[in-house]
Design a protein around this ligand. Structure first.
Ligand code: C2E
Ligand code: MG
Ligand code: MG
Length: 571
């Protein structure tokens, strides 16, 4: 931030000491700082419209001299924003916190929003000021809150829907086409939970500002909810829409400075065209949302809506509905697959694998229903069921005097890592069942971890400190950034089935497996090869120094009773 932006504040943009404003949950400085870096005028005022902080652009737009601003009383200042105290009162009078008062006074567009979550008397108001000289909307007015979102100054959902309806009618009348773009930030929850709500707010404010200032043809724009935004474009064809969404994604994806740290937020987007993808508001909206979902499921980027998506989505919705009842209906089961020590040939551990027996469709593969559970936010409940059941099984075996050498491995989905309480929740499940974290190994796929390397590393460090070990599943299937391995607390690496399958096909494929094993050993990480179906694979792997194997050659995943009968010896 420019030093001259600190007339009434310290260098970090915090409200200056001794001022009457304090904010419960930290400093609003970071929000103001982000806005300042965009060249947007901002002023912070207290409940009596006294200035506590302003930046150069804010002062310029208000016509204040720096001296006048330091005197700190906006009410007495000679300035064009005579409606400010009134707007502040209106804002403080509104019950909900996430509201904005939008005022246009003397060709200045003011958006006032409450900052901080402290008690009422410590409230502080951020005023974002823009010059709207010459714009059609520049008549003096103070608009009611609630149509606008407090943080971004963008219309909220209801207001946007009205505007979209207008766009729809005009396009129908004029025979135009236009696009509805639905944008949803990736990993936003994680920013909120790891860096705090003010950091999350700063990211949202920045995203809103970037969209508002983007130079593309736009009929309406909104913040629809938490981290979802929408754009209704002006009249354009698919190529035009593609250009808009690409630009929007590019803008939002630029790193944001939050409390001296650069934070990157990805965004997934879906585009539905009027009239091709929907001629009613409802269809258009649903289809843009659906396309966004598909983009998100594919790891980000954007998609045009296609009719195939509806068919697929219907099937997924029905699957999700049935899955929601699967647990209470007793349709879920865990199967167990042995892990074998290559040197001794004896049992070295076991992996628990989820099975779903749907009364109407029979066995459904986890590869099919887990992605659906993940995308519908059901993975937390499913994951808890898996661990509870696995721990109870372990307990039962013990109580029956059966000994399991090694650990019981269970799979954790990337989405479970988004839960800020994951560490406590895993621990309490384990303790309640009367087993120990040292009995268990957590399997996470490489893809899941790479989605959020830093966050995953933090969580895994905490879990390992409690005694869990951690295996990186499906290694080599996707990202394979060997570099990342050094940054993660990995105990074991599970070489993906594809490598094992191909290793006997040629020297290159064999060299790949050799390289993975060599590298893991150098890093002190154990190696398990998955999907061993043939004894030749096993002997080759043994020659390369692989520690453990898992695969049909040794044993398929089987029910708990069958596993115990085949593999577990009495103590
Ligand atoms: P995974 O964790 O990599 O599990 C290994 C998969 O390979 C299992 O498929 C297993 O049955 C299969 N497999 C084992 N040996 C062989 C072999 O020799 N040949 C072949 N062709 N396949 C073999 P499954 O049980 O269908 O599970 C698929 C994936 O679903 C798992 O891959 C895992 O990512 C996920 N999954 C399973 N259970 C859970 C769970 O409880 N939670 C979560 N989050 N994911 C799970
Ligand atoms: Mg696994
Ligand atoms: Mg695997």
């Amino acid at each position: 931030m420019n030093e001259s932006d600190n007339t009434a504040s310290d260098l970090s943009g915090n409200v200056r000491p001794g001022s009457q404003v304090s904010v419960g949950a930290g400093s609003p400085g970071c929000v103001a700082e982000v806005l300042t870096s965009l060249g947007i005028g901002c002023v912070l005022v207290d409940g009596d419209a006294r200035i506590t902080w302003s930046n150069t652009e804010g002062r310029r737009l208000c016509g204040w001299t720096p001296e006048a601003a330091t005197q700190g009383n906006a009410v007495d200042l000679v300035m064009p924003v005579t409606g400010l105290p009134e707007a502040v009162r209106l804002l403080l009078g509104t019950a909900a916190r996430r509201q904005i008062v939008h005022a246009t006074i003397k060709a200045r567009d003011l958006r006032l929003s409450l900052l901080g979550r402290g008690p009422e008397d410590s409230r502080c108001v951020l005023v974002v000021i823009q010059d709207v000289t010459g714009q059609a909307c520049a008549q003096d007015s103070i608009r009611e809150p609630d149509r606008y979102d407090a943080l971004t100054g963008l219309p909220g959902r209801a207001q946007f829907m009205r505007q979209l309806q207008g766009a729809l009618q005009d396009a129908r009348r004029d025979g135009d086409s236009f696009a509805l773009v639905y944008l949803d930030l990736d990993r936003f929850k994680e920013i909120n939970s790891t860096r705090g709500h003010l950091a999350g707010d700063a990211v949202l404010a920045q995203t809103g500002a970037r969209l508002r200032n983007a130079a593309f043809s736009c009929r309406a724009m909104a913040r629809l909810g938490d981290d979802a935004f929408a754009i209704a474009t002006g009249p354009m064809d698919r190529d035009g829409a593609a250009a808009v969404v690409t630009r929007a994604i590019g803008l939002i994806g630029k790193p944001v400075k939050v409390l001296d740290e650069m934070v990157s937020v990805g965004v997934s987007a879906g585009v539905a065209m009027f009239p091709d993808d929907g001629s009613t508001l409802d269809d258009l909206y649903r289809h843009a949302d659906m396309a966004m979902y598909q983009a998100k499921a594919a790891g980000g980027g954007w998609r045009f809506y296609s009719t195939g998506m509806s068919v697929e989505m219907d099937a997924r919705v029905r699957l999700a509905e049935r899955l929601a009842n699967a647990e209470s209906g007793g349709e879920l089961e865990l199967h167990f697959q042995p892990q074998i020590c290559l040197r001794s040939g004896s049992l070295a551990g076991v992996e628990a694998l989820l099975r779903w027996r749907d009364p109407a469709y029979g066995w459904i593969s986890p590869a099919e229903f887990i992605p659906v559970a993940e995308e519908r936010g059901m993975m937390g409940a499913v994951g808890t069921w898996v661990l509870e059941t696995a721990c109870a099984q372990l307990r039962d075996w013990r109580d029956a005097g059966l000994h399991l050498p090694g650990r019981l491995a269970f799979n954790v989905s990337a989405y479970q890592l988004d839960d800020p309480g994951i560490v406590e929740s895993l621990l309490s499940t384990v303790m309640k069942a009367g087993v120990q974290p040292t009995d268990l190994e957590i399997e996470l796929t490489e893809g899941a971890v790479m989605k959020n390397l830093e966050g995953a590393a933090r969580i895994l460090d905490r879990l390992r400190a409690q005694g869990f070990t951690f295996a990186l599943d499906d290694f080599g299937s996707g990202y394979s950034s060997l570099n990342h391995l050094q940054r993660l607390p990995v105990d074991r690496l599970k070489i993906d089935i594809l490598f094992v399958r191909e290793m006997l096909l040629g020297s290159r494929q064999r060299a790949m497996v050799a390289a993975i094993i060599g590298m893991a050993r150098a890093l002190g990480i154990e190696v398990l090869a998955e999907g061993v179906e043939h004894p030749d694979q096993a002997s080759e792997l043994a020659g390369l120094g692989c520690d453990t194997v898992q695969g049909y050659w040794y044993g398929r995943p089987v029910s708990a009773a069958e596993f115990a009968g085949t593999w577990l010896a009495r103590k």
